[in-house]
Structure formats: structure tokens, C-alpha cells
Design a protein. Structure first.
Ligand code: HEC
Ligand code: HEC
Ligand code: HEC
Ligand code: HEC
Ligand code: HEC
Ligand code: HEC
Ligand code: HEC
Ligand code: HEC
Length: 492
């Protein structure tokens, strides 16, 4: 053994001792923290059993209080912090966000944040109509729009907030801080304080939001064979009928997103728009310019043809997403790109294929393909009717029979919803948000009554009413013109 080895050995021993004792110290501190945490938990529960007994009961019965590994027990303070401990300082309690849940449930939080639910708040604010309503209707207390759309993350910034990038930005928590309640997102399906998986797996968990006027998926599901069988036979693990979750959160994947999306719109392809020039040669310069900005490719199942592309272009125009020259507007950036309300061919095809493979667990490929194609055909037929009605109203503006209302950038503007000023535009709004929605959503969900009697039938009625009203307005306008010309002639 060399002389110089001794001090080194001593040094190593010393270091080892320090290391070991700091491990011991850390372990000791952990035990202390554990004890302190449990004591604090005792305080929260001890007081809240009188203050809010329901919450304590739910928490104590939840998987959080009964984790399979007792060391993982989740405490009130894990979600609400440890600052509030008296009867008076309850304002000091913090309210959890999806990020709080995400600290322990990384996979679900990551998936959720990539899906459409994450964008729910932002997409609501992208609507011009939302900004026209009083706060009590749209924002405060989570009644109306905000009550359902709080499933989205607050503070995502789009064009309306001055962000013109193709991607949404985040304000770092400013908007969340503005709202004391309603930032948790995950509790849309796993409600507090039970936070159960079984609740979220039941299709009724979706039904408070996915129902009613413009997206009656609950009503459509329960009136289609899938939902009927679910109702009769219940919902065990190996159930014969699929639930919303079987089709939309496949294998528990929290990234919800469908090919057509809520509005049944997709981005026209370069090829589709160029083919349109053959049908509408006068539009060549505009269409060539538009095509340059669009993705290339084909859609699976039912691809676009020139008529459909033109019909959809008119719809996009009436929504202010394309301007009068068919060029993308700031709404295209905000609604289509930032809020991801419409998909291009690559994403559409990928989502559609995944969905069909899922159906194949119970149905043949041929059966599924024919269902999807038939449903695409129905959307195409609905678009054609809708486009006729839009063209009629656009004509009234072009010919000066309708005047652009003050403050409107686009006219007609479907996104003004029920704030449309004339009867004919009220009908147009109903086609967009009620009848056309029910037609195609009913088709995909195999609800015959929704597809036809709540969808297609009133859609046709509304189109006929609009075409009649257009004739009447034109005749009235011509009569007024004739009589004012006659009056002017008399004066001279
Ligand atoms: C000494 C009693 C007491 C203790 C201890 C206590 N709380 Fe409270 N807490 C209250 C009272 C009182 C309220 C207000 C209730 C009300 O508004 O009805 C409250 C409210 C809350 C709220 C709701 C705040 C809001 O803005 O609505 C949360 C969350 C909360 N407590 C969590 C906790 C947690 C977590 C602990 C333990 C770290 C804890 N409490 C300990 C008495 C207590
Ligand atoms: C401190 C870590 C932690 C936080 C924060 C947390 N959880 Fe949990 N969660 C757990 C643990 C631990 C379990 C139980 C796992 C087990 O039993 O093994 C669990 C279980 C669950 C389950 C499955 C329940 C079941 O029925 O099987 C759901 C759903 C859930 N949590 C949702 C949430 C939500 C929503 C939030 C936010 C509001 C949240 N969790 C916050 C740790 C956490
Ligand atoms: C897994 C996370 C989690 C745990 C654990 C948890 N909470 Fe909550 N708590 C929430 C969420 C989410 C909300 C709703 C927040 C919102 O609206 O923004 C909430 C809201 C509350 C509220 C106010 C809302 C209401 O309904 O009155 C009280 C009070 C409260 N919690 C008390 C408690 C107490 C007491 C405990 C422990 C016994 C506890 N919480 C444990 C997540 C949790
Ligand atoms: C749209 C409804 C919905 C929302 C929103 C939602 N979940 Fe879930 N979650 C589900 C469903 C459905 C399941 C059951 C998946 C399965 O096993 O098939 C589930 C399962 C879970 C589980 C249990 C996983 C397991 O297999 O044990 C956890 C944990 C969880 N979710 C956490 C979260 C968190 C965290 C958030 C927010 C970031 C969230 N969930 C938001 C519907 C939802
Ligand atoms: C058998 C599978 C299946 C079930 C069950 C199912 N859906 Fe769907 N869902 C679909 C298909 C297919 C589409 C259209 C896909 C496309 O765009 O190509 C769709 C579309 C959607 C959309 C987008 C808009 C629309 O309606 O076209 C939402 C939202 C939705 N479903 C929610 C739900 C909810 C909520 C439930 C339960 C009440 C449910 N779905 C039940 C298959 C299903
Ligand atoms: C708190 C209300 C709420 C609940 C509960 C809810 N959703 Fe949603 N969901 C929304 C909103 C709002 C949107 C629109 C968000 C967007 O497009 O950015 C949406 C969008 C969707 C989409 C995307 C449609 C598209 O554009 O492609 C699907 C699929 C969906 N939800 C399925 C479900 C299923 C399945 C459940 C139940 C397990 C459920 N949701 C529960 C509010 C809810
Ligand atoms: C009953 C709950 C509910 C109410 C109230 C509600 N929404 Fe929605 N909204 C939803 C659901 C669920 C979806 C997704 C439906 C689908 O994809 O078929 C949605 C979708 C949307 C979308 C389309 C998102 C996309 O990416 O395509 C917009 C925009 C929107 N809502 C705005 C609003 C505005 C603005 C209001 C109020 C004037 C409002 N919503 C009121 C539940 C609601
Ligand atoms: C878990 C199994 C399962 C899955 C997954 C499933 N289905 Fe079904 N489906 C059924 C059963 C069972 C029936 C009832 C069969 C009958 O009518 O004899 C049915 C019936 C149907 C019907 C006929 C409805 C009617 O009113 O006659 C259509 C259309 C349909 N499914 C389409 C689909 C599509 C599209 C998908 C995927 C998006 C799908 N199914 C996924 C089990 C499933």
C-alpha cells in the first residue's frame, strides 16, 4: 500500500459518511414531511367534515384516498395547497388546474392537451357572436357557452388576442388567474371529489355537453341501435354495443378528435381547387392563388369533386373564413389553423382509418366502408342545398337589396349566429348550426330520425323559405325602385 493512499482512503470514507448521513437525513426529513402531511390532512378533514361533509365523504371514498399503494394516498393539500388552515383564510386555498392532475397523471394530461377538448375555451372565443353577448350569458358563473366550454384551457391566445402565428400561444396563466373556479378541465368527465374512472367510461358522462341544439350526439346515440343496446344490456367491460368512449377515446386515449369535426368542414385540397377552374374559368386568378396556399392530396372514402369544393367554398365564405376573392382571412388562421376546426387530407385520412379499424372489431370492412361513404354523401348533399341558400343571400347583398350592418366585416356572416338582422339570414343561421349539423351528425351516428326528420327535412324547408323570401325581397325592391323613379319623374 503506498503512503499517499491512506489520506485518499480517509477522504473516500469521509465522503461516504457524509453521503450516507445525507441519505439518512433525507429519509428522516421525508418521514417528517410524511407525518406533517398526514397531520395537515387530519386538520383539513377534521374541519371540513363539519364545513363541507359531502366533499369529505366523496374524497374518503375515492381512489385518491384509497390508492393501491397506501404511500401514494392523495391529500386535500395535493390539489389545494397548504396555505389555508383556518375558518377565515379559505381564500388562500388554491384551485387545481389540469396541470395539477398532470403532475401525477402525465399520460392522460399529455393526450388531453393534444386533443380538441384542450381548445374548447379558445374556439368559443373565436366566435364573433360570443363577443356580442352580455357577460352573464357567455362568461360568468359558467352558464351557457362557458359552462360547456370550460373543458378547454384558458389563456390560449389566437388572432383575436393579437397572435397571428399559425399556432396558439399561451399567456402563462393570466386568464386562469382571473377565474377562481372552473380551470380543472379533467373534472368534466371525472367529477370531483370521487374522480372515478368508471364514471368517465359511461356515455352519460358526455351527455351534459354533447346534447341539444347543434350537437345532439347523446340523443342520436340513444336513438341509434348502439345506444339502444347499451341501454338494454348495460355496459360491462365486454359489452356488445360501443359507447361514445369506445369510438372516441379508443384504448383510453384522451386525445379526442374526429375527421370532419363539429362543423363538417375540411380544407379543400390544391387538386380540388385547380379542378374547379375548369368549371368556373372566370375565377382562375383567385383560385390559382388559393390553391397555392392549400395542402395536396386526396380524401379517402368520398373525395371532393368540383361541385362539392365550390359548395364548401361558399360555406367558408359565408363564415368569413374565405373572403369575397376566395382568399383565406384572419378567421381562417384563428378558427381553422389555431383552433384546429378543420383538417387537411393527411390528418383526415389518418383519423378516418383509425376509426374504421375500431369499427372492424365488431363489423366487416365492407359494412363500415359503406356506412362511412353513405354518411359522406349525405354531408355532400346537405352542403349543396346549403350553398344554394347562401348564394341567394349573397346575391341580395351584391345587388344592394341587403345592406351590410354596421360593424360587420363579412356579410352574410354565419358566425353572427342569432344576431343576424333579417329573417332570411336567421334561416341561414338555423341551417348552419341546427339542420345541417343534425343531418350529417345523425348519419354518422346511425340515428335515422335525427338524420332525416330533425336534419334533412327542416334543412330543405329552410332552403325553400330562403329562395321564396329572396324572390319576395327582389320584387319588393324592384317595386320600391319603380315607384321612387316615378316620384322623381313627376318632380321634374
Ligand atoms: C378550521 C377549519 C378549516 C380547516 C382546518 C380547513 N378548512 Fe378549508 N374551509 C373552511 C371554511 C370555513 C371554508 C369556507 C366554506 C364556505 O365558504 O362555505 C373553507 C373552504 C375551503 C375551500 C374552498 C375555497 C373556495 O374558494 O371555495 C377549499 C378548497 C378548502 N377549504 C380546502 C382545505 C384544505 C386543503 C385544508 C387543509 C390544508 C383545509 N381546507 C383546512 C374551513 C377549514
Ligand atoms: C399527487 C398525485 C395525484 C394528483 C395531483 C392527482 N391524482 Fe388522480 N390518482 C393518483 C393516485 C395515486 C391514484 C390511485 C392509483 C392507484 O390506485 O393505484 C389516482 C387515481 C385517479 C383516477 C383513477 C380512478 C379509478 O377509478 O381507477 C382518476 C380518474 C384520477 N386519479 C383523476 C385525477 C384528476 C382529475 C386529478 C386532478 C383534479 C387528479 N387525479 C390528481 C394520484 C394523483
Ligand atoms: C385530486 C384533486 C383534489 C383533491 C385531492 C381534493 N380536491 Fe377539492 N377540488 C378539486 C377540484 C378539481 C375542484 C373544483 C375546482 C374548480 O372549480 O376550479 C375542487 C373544489 C373544492 C371545493 C370548492 C368547490 C365546491 O364544490 O364547493 C372545496 C370546498 C374543496 N374542493 C375541498 C376539498 C377538501 C376538503 C379536500 C380533502 C378532503 C379536497 N377538496 C380534495 C380537486 C381536489
Ligand atoms: C372526455 C372525458 C374525459 C376527460 C376530459 C378526461 N378523462 Fe380521464 N378518462 C376518461 C375515460 C373514458 C377513461 C377510461 C379509459 C379506459 O380505460 O378506457 C379515463 C381514465 C382516466 C384515468 C385512469 C387510467 C387507468 O387506466 O387507470 C386517469 C388517471 C385519468 N383518466 C386522468 C385524467 C386526467 C388527468 C384528465 C385531465 C388532463 C382527464 N382524465 C380528462 C375520460 C376523460
Ligand atoms: C360506433 C361509434 C360511435 C359512437 C358509439 C359514438 N360516435 Fe361520435 N362519431 C362517430 C363517427 C363515425 C363520427 C364521424 C366521424 C367523421 O368525421 O368521419 C362521429 C362524430 C362525433 C363528433 C363530431 C361531430 C359529429 O357529430 O359528427 C362528436 C363530437 C362525437 N361524435 C361525440 C360522440 C358522443 C358524445 C357520443 C356518445 C353520446 C358518440 N359520439 C358516440 C362514431 C361514434
Ligand atoms: C364539459 C362539457 C363536455 C364534456 C363533459 C365532454 N365534452 Fe367533448 N367537447 C366539448 C366541447 C366544448 C368540444 C369542442 C372543443 C373544440 O372543438 O375545440 C368538444 C369536442 C369533442 C370532440 C371533438 C369533435 C371534433 O371537433 O372533432 C369529441 C370527439 C368529443 N368532444 C367527445 C367527447 C366524449 C366521448 C365525451 C365523454 C366521454 C365528451 N366529449 C365529454 C365539451 C364536452
Ligand atoms: C351544452 C353545451 C354547450 C353550449 C351551451 C355551447 N357549446 Fe359550443 N360546443 C359544445 C360541444 C359539445 C361542442 C363540440 C360538438 C361537436 O364537435 O359536435 C361545441 C363546439 C363548438 C364550436 C366548434 C369547435 C370546433 O373546433 O369546430 C364552437 C366555435 C362553439 N362550440 C362555440 C360556442 C359558443 C360561442 C357558444 C355560446 C354562444 C356555445 N358554443 C355554447 C358544447 C356547448
Ligand atoms: C363493440 C362492438 C361494436 C363496435 C365497435 C361498433 N359497432 Fe356498430 N353495431 C354493433 C351492434 C351489436 C349492432 C347491432 C347489430 C344489429 O342491428 O343487428 C351495431 C349496429 C350498427 C349499425 C346499424 C344501425 C341500425 O340502426 O341498423 C351501423 C350503421 C353501425 N353499427 C355502424 C358502426 C360504425 C360505423 C362503427 C365504428 C365507427 C361501429 N358500428 C362500431 C356493435 C358495434
Amino acid at each position: 500500500m503506498g503512503l499517499s493512499a491512506l489520506p485518499i482512503r480517509g477522504l473516500i470514507g469521509g465522503l461516504l459518511f457524509i453521503a450516507l448521513s445525507s441519505v439518512a437525513l433525507a429519509a428522516e426529513m421525508q418521514v417528517k414531511k410524511f407525518d406533517a402531511d398526514r397531520k395537515l390532512q387530519g386538520d383539513c378533514v377534521g374541519c371540513h367534515i363539519n364545513v363541507t361533509p359531502g366533499i369529505v365523504k366523496q374524497h374518503l371514498g375515492s381512489p385518491h384516498a384509497n390508492a393501491s399503494n397506501p404511500e401514494d394516498e392523495v391529500l386535500c393539500s395535493n390539489c389545494h395547497g397548504d396555505k389555508h388552515v383556518t375558518m377565515e383564510d379559505w381564500q388562500e386555498a388554491t384551485m387545481p388546474t389540469a396541470d395539477t392532475c398532470g403532475e401525477c397523471h402525465k399520460k392522460q394530461a399529455r393526450e388531453h392537451s393534444k386533443g380538441k377538448h384542450q381548445l374548447g375555451w379558445m374556439v368559443m372565443k373565436s366566435q364573433i357572436a360570443w363577443h356580442g353577448q352580455p357577460g352573464a350569458i357567455t362568461e360568468q358563473g359558467y352558464r351557457g357557452c362557458s359552462g360547456c366550454h370550460k373543458i378547454g384551457k384558458k389563456g390560449l391566445l389566437g388572432v383575436t388576442d393579437g397572435n397571428n402565428d399559425a399556432k396558439v400561444a399561451y399567456d402563462g396563466g393570466k386568464e386562469e388567474a382571473h377565474y377562481r373556479y372552473g380551470n380543472a378541465q379533467c373534472d368534466a368527465c371525472h367529477t370531483r371529489h370521487s374522480f372515478k374512472k368508471s364514471e368517465a367510461k359511461d356515455p352519460r358522462a358526455c351527455s351534459n355537453c354533447h346534447m341539444g341544439f347543434d350537437h345532439p350526439q347523446w340523443e342520436m346515440y340513444t336513438s341509434a341501435k348502439h345506444g339502444v343496446i347499451w341501454g338494454i344490456e348495460g355496459h360491462e367491460e365486454d359489452a356488445r354495443a360501443p359507447t361514445c368512449q369506445t369510438c372516441h377515446l379508443m384504448e383510453g386515449d384522451h386525445e379526442v378528435r374526429t375527421p370532419w369535426g363539429f362543423l363538417g368542414l375540411r380544407i379543400p385540397t390544391k387538386e380540388n381547387v385547380l379542378a374547379l377552374i375548369q368549371v368556373a374559368p372566370t375565377l382562375e386568378p383567385q383560385l390559382t392563388k388559393l390553391a397555392a396556399a392549400l395542402p395536396s392530396g386526396n380524401y379517402v372514402d368520398l373525395d371532393d369533386d368540383p361541385t362539392w369544393t365550390l359548395d364548401r367554398a361558399l360555406i367558408l365564405q359565408a363564415a368569413g373564413v374565405l373572403d369575397a376573392d376566395f382568399q383565406p382571412t384572419e378567421r381562417f388562421v384563428e378558427i381553422v389553423l389555431q383552433a384546429e376546426a378543420a383538417r387537411g387530407p393527411e390528418e383526415f385520412n389518418e383519423l378516418r382509418t383509425k376509426m374504421k379499424t375500431n369499427c372492424n372489431k365488431c363489423h366487416s370492412q365492407g359494412f363500415v366502408e359503406s356506412h362511412m361513404k353513405a354518411s359522406d354523401e349525405i354531408l355532400k348533399a346537405a352542403d349543396h342545398e346549403f350553398a344554394k341558400a347562401i348564394a341567394a343571400v349573397q346575391g341580395l347583398y351584391r345587388d344592394g337589396i341587403l345592406k351590410v350592418p354596421e360593424g360587420w366585416k363579412y356579410a352574410p356572416d354565419l358566425l353572427q349566429y342569432y344576431d343576424a338582422k333579417t329573417k332570411i339570414e336567421q334561416e341561414l343561421y338555423l341551417i348552419m348550426l341546427e339542420y345541417r349539423q343534425r343531418t350529417f351528425q345523425g348519419a354518422f351516428h346511425a340515428s335515422n330520425d335525427y338524420m332525416h326528420w330533425y336534419g334533412w327535412a327542416p334543412l330543405k324547408t329552410a332552403v325553400n323559405t330562403i329562395l321564396e323570401e329572396e324572390k319576395r325581397m327582389r320584387a319588393e325592391h324592384a317595386a320600391v325602385k319603380v315607384s321612387s323613379n316615378a316620384a322623381a319623374a313627376k318632380k321634374h
